[in-house]
Write a protein that binds this ligand. Structure first.
Ligand code: 5GP
Length: 138
């Protein structure tokens, strides 16, 4: 575990309150304090890791295991039919809190939710690139 405490450590320890929606041995989920839409939930591992690529398989599995259930709960509670999952890594990638977290962000007809700028390019060297990534998997 690294030594860089974040606000989410304080939420995990109970020093700072949150609106908790779910907790198990590996995971805590709570309402985002600055929601992009009603029902915006954060899902965090109890393990302290800043970025997804640093997370243990066990914590990652814990998050993955509960995500569909949490998404269904957000849909049921808010009535949303659409939503985004967002997970930012690094300040240039819009990460503000350096403790891994997954956002569940309902998208409503009034436009509230995640705004996206998506500028697709061209896939040039797909075969070479796919091989490079495949070879890099530990
Ligand atoms: P990021 O940009 O790092 O992916 O998102 C961090 C999120 O954490 C933001 O949506 C922000 O509103 C939320 N957040 C930051 N501090 C707190 C807090 O003290 N309590 C809660 N519930 N959410 C927080």
């Amino acid at each position: 575990m690294n030594d860089d405490r974040t606000i989410f450590d304080s939420i995990l320890s109970g020093e700072i309150p949150c609106h908790r929606v779910y907790e198990d041995d590996h995971v805590l989920a709570f309402l985002d304090i600055g929601p992009l839409s009603r029902g915006h939930v954060l899902v965090i591992p109890k393990e302290r890791a800043a970025y997804m690529h640093e997370l243990s398989d066990e914590s990652a599995a814990g998050i993955g295991r509960v995500l569909p259930r949490l998404c269904r709960a957000v849909m049921k509670a808010t009535g949303c039919e659409h939503y985004n999952l967002l997970q930012n890594n690094g300040a240039p990638a819009h990460q503000a809190v350096f403790h891994v977290h997954m956002h569940i962000i309902p998208k409503f007809n009034d436009g509230s939710g995640l705004g996206l700028k998506w500028s697709p390019g061209q896939l040039g060297d797909g075969e070479t690139l796919a091989s490079a990534i495949a070879d890099a998997i530990e």
